[in-house]
Design a protein around this ligand. Structure first.
Ligand SMILES: [Ca+2]
Ligand SMILES: [Ca+2]
Length: 349
């Protein structure tokens, strides 16, 4: 049985502007839309293990991968495709002044290569990676931005075992629109669909009754292979957005002694999702857009004495004045630092 990264994903451009990457981080619009700056005051994902099973680990200077392993014969653990780097960077690109800004930068990142450099796999490689996750106690979240028209009973059983063990598996819904759904969307995995920056369902996102959640999957900038950055569209990108948001919610839950089972995590994300597309649950976008801040506020209301109001996410994108300002501040800080260093060098020479 053959598996691949969901086909038809759109790789748009590779910004070559190194100067921008050196003096300011790319902050994706979804960082603002998901209110992540408020979430990061509470957690950046520490204490949660995330495993990405994809085309391999990024080697980008802004990435942090704690462990990497290849299940693909005759290929090392590093990514040569772009896809695995992109997915991993969305989750935990580091918070600094370079590269991009990840959603959950402090998770423990485990990269397992299960797809080869062309983005294809045989099911055994994916199953081996899933079995390796099953043997561990420190992985809470698995990201599978991969797809197949069929799924073996053996893989379904592995999903059931992971779920029973407390490991939440997020899968991309697929990029086949109305024509085909991803067999990886099962009762024991959480299937993620894509919306654009204005919360409109992406036309390419696969329609299926098994779909659970939606997240931003259009115009997403992250790492490519090596030291490049790439902009991509696809449910492959929406999937790590949700997986990383789930990691933040789980990290907060663990920090207050309330680790969530996959079912509890699902119920919480569902209860606090923002309805998008047609009213209520629908097979195009599931229960809607995940809202990690709302999920964390829900936990606070249940388990702590911290009453905090929550602002609505606007239905269309607002200009992020505050963040443009902070980017400008960063540039000025770097420029001032360069001037000071140059002056000191002149003095001491
Ligand atoms: Ca960064
Ligand atoms: Ca809806």
């Amino acid at each position: 049985m053959h598996v691949s990264i969901p086909p038809n994903f759109n790789k748009k451009k590779i910004p070559k502007n190194r100067v921008r990457a050196l003096v300011a981080e790319v902050v994706g619009y979804y960082i603002h839309r998901l209110e992540l700056k408020q979430v990061w005051k509470l957690t950046e994902g520490e204490g949660v293990g995330v495993c990405v099973i994809d085309t391999g680990a990024p080697t980008h200077y802004d990435s942090l991968v704690h462990e990497k392993y290849s299940f693909v014969p005759n290929e090392g653990a590093d990514d040569e495709n772009d896809h695995g780097s992109h997915v991993t960077g969305i989750i935990n690109a580091q918070h600094n002044i370079i590269g991009i800004k990840g959603i959950s930068p402090r998770v423990y990142m485990v990269s397992k290569k299960g797809l080869d450099r062309t983005g294809r796999a045989i099911q055994d490689w994916i199953d081996d990676a899933l079995k390796a996750v099953l043997e561990r106690d420190d992985i809470h979240i698995v990201n599978l931005s991969i797809g197949s028209a069929k799924l073996s009973q053996r893989t379904k059983t592995l999903f059931r075992k992971l779920y029973d063990k407390g490991i939440a598996v997020f899968v991309a819904a697929g990029n086949w629109g109305n024509t085909l759904s991803n067999a990886y969307a099962t009762p024991y995995t959480f299937s993620v669909t894509a919306i654009d920056r204005n919360n409109r369902p992406a036309s390419f996102s696969s329609v299926a009754e098994e779909n659970d959640f939606a997240a931003y999957g259009v115009d997403i900038v992250s790492f490519g292979a090596g030291q490049s950055e790439v902009e991509m569209d696809g449910t492959s990108m929406a999937c790590p957005v949700v997986a990383a948001c789930a990691a933040l919610v789980q990290a907060y839950a663990i920090s207050i002694g309330q680790q969530l089972s996959p079912q509890d995590l699902y119920d919480l994300l569902k209860r606090t999702a923002k309805d998008v597309g047609a009213e209520g649950f629908e097979s195009k976008t599931g229960w809607g857009l995940v809202q990690p801040l709302h999920a964390i506020r829900d936990l606070q209301a249940q388990y702590t004495n911290i009453p905090v109001p929550v602002e609505e996410i606007p239905s269309t994108e607002q200009p992020a004045k505050e963040d443009q300002k902070s980017d400008e501040d960063t540039i000025w800080t770097v420029l001032i630092a360069i001037v000071i260093i140059a002056t000191l060098l002149m003095i001491f020479n």
